[in-house]
Design a protein around this ligand. Structure first.
Ligand code: SF4
Length: 96
């Protein structure tokens, strides 16, 4: 462990305000499956927001999003809609 603590310890200090009425992430399942983007999203997201169901559907736990933009950078056009959470919602960084 470093002087600053482990990455999970530092991330746990951040604050999330969850927008329970609206997800800021939507996976377009047919395109994600056809292009392999779904598996890519699962692999690249540092917060494990994406997971793959047995039938190949990509599940989204948007409450954990760190708003890093990595998924948007790797997704095939048309496979993902991502925008920042509405004002007042999302992550407030406390560490790192
Ligand atoms: S913005 Fe970052 S943390 Fe949020 S879903 Fe995309 S890859 Fe994961």
């Amino acid at each position: 462990m470093t002087l600053l603590g482990s990455v999970p310890e530092r991330l746990a200090k951040n604050h999330f305000d969850l927008d329970e009425d609206e997800s800021h992430i939507e996976v377009h399942q047919a395109i994600a499956k056809a292009t392999g983007t779904g598996k890519l999203l699962v692999a690249v997201c540092p917060a494990h927001v994406y997971s793959e169901e047995p039938d190949g559907t990509i599940r989204v736990e948007y409450a954990a999003c760190l708003e890093c933009g990595t998924c948007l950078a790797v997704a095939t056009p048309g496979s993902l809609t991502w925008h920042y959470p509405r004002g007042g919602f999302g992550i407030s960084y406390r560490e790192g």
